[in-house]
Design a protein around this ligand. Structure first.
Ligand code: PEP
Ligand code: MN
Length: 351
């Protein structure tokens, strides 16, 4: 986000359910300066007996939203037929859902249906944490001639039960931003959190990471919603969430940048020291590899590894003020690289 830029806001129900529900939500959020009013009418559900959307009748309700409230609308499309019906009905933007982005055949089908059409397309990340698949989907849509593309980060499926419904894995959208620095990226805290109580914290985190906007599922009676009930908020809750967001600047006017420069220089210096130390550590790994080779020992010594992992993490937490998880992840990564180096030494043919 550029300095002082207001976040792009997309809101509306997970699913359009009835004409009255759609219009009531639009009535309550019409003054929020929305980029788009969202509503799913074809719903990709995990199980076949769940509510699969009202279908194209919902397009008529969205037309009323445009006409009565002057709002722009967006729907999810997953097939050529969806694209054609949405375009015919004059929807303002299309979005590609996570379960579609995951499949290059489906994305290509949508891209083919969009050849020569001028409409904004929003591309959600795939359900699995695969940055390239997300990038590939954007490239397919872009090659179809679509100029106005935004990305939506909605988190990634994980098997274990975690705090959030879909793990944000923030490094992935950050990598995506590096690939497409000029493309707006929106965060969908509703699908990441899976529970309305997390929307505030996830939205704030996204803005702090320089996301350009938010897509928040909003319903007039969320607990009675036909899909994603627990994660939708009322229009009043949406307004409260927005009012509590802190919008930070990239480079605040008048802030002493010199101070930040100093800190960055210090940090760079320490990064170099870390690299020096790592280099020395890897040189020792080479020597250990040579010793083990000479004495015909296996590389991985489980007891020694577990003992030093435990000691290092304890030391990091107790004496260096570092978090246990961070210390443990870091040590495991360094240890793995040490094993790789020892393997190279071990398997190098002797002259
Ligand atoms: C949705 O936005 O309602 C939806 C189905 O999202 P996702 O594709 O992120 O699961
Ligand atoms: Mn939903």
């Amino acid at each position: 986000m550029e300095n002082n830029k207001k976040p792009i806001l997309i809101a509306g129900p997970c699913s359009a359910e009835t004409r009255e529900q759609v219009l009531a939500i639009a009535e309550h959020i019409k003054d929020l300066d929305l980029a788009y009013f969202r509503a799913g009418i074809w719903k990709p559900r995990t199980r076949p007996d769940a509510f699969e959307g009202v279908g194209k009748i919902g397009l008529d309700w969205l037309k009323e939203v445009q006409q009565n409230y002057g709002l722009k609308t967006t729907v999810e499309v997953a097939t050529t037929q969806h694209v054609e019906e949405a375009l015919k009905s004059g929807v303002d933007a299309l979005w590609i859902g996570a379960r579609t982005t995951v499949n290059p055949f489906s994305v290509q089908e949508i891209a083919d249906a969009l050849q020569g059409v001028n409409i904004p397309v929003l591309v959600k990340n795939p359900v699995n944490p695969d940055t390239k698949l997300w990038i590939g989907a954007v490239e397919r849509i872009s090659k179809a001639g679509i100029k106005d593309i935004m990305a939506i980060h909605r988190g990634f499926s994980v098997y274990e039960v975690k705090k959030y419904r879909n793990e944000p894995q923030w490094q992935i959208p950050v990598d995506f931003m590096k690939e497409f620095p000029d493309m707006p990226i929106i965060c969908d805290p509703s699908h990441i959190g899976g529970d309305r109580k997390y929307i505030q914290e996830i939205s704030q985190k996204a803005l702090d990471l320089n996301f350009d906007g938010l897509m928040i599922e909003t319903h007039i009676t969320p607990d009675k919603a036909w899909s994603d009930a627990g994660q939708q908020v009322t229009p009043e809750q949406l307004k409260e969430i927005l009012s509590k967001l802190i919008i930070r600047n990239l480079a605040p006017k008048g802030a002493p940048m010199g101070e930040l420069e100093d800190l960055r220089i210090k940090m760079n210096r320490l990064d170099n020291e870390l690299l020096e130390i790592l280099k020395k550590r890897m040189q020792i790994s080479e020597k250990i590899g040579a010793y083990k080779k000479k004495n015909n020992m296996v590389i991985f010594q489980k007891d020694f590894y577990e003992d030093s992992l435990q000691k290092n993490v304890k030391n990091a937490v107790e004496n260096y003020n570092l978090k246990g998880k961070f210390a443990s992840d870091l040590y495991k990564l360094i240890h793995q690289e040490s094993i790789n180096i020892q393997e190279q030494v071990m398997n190098k043919p002797t002259e």
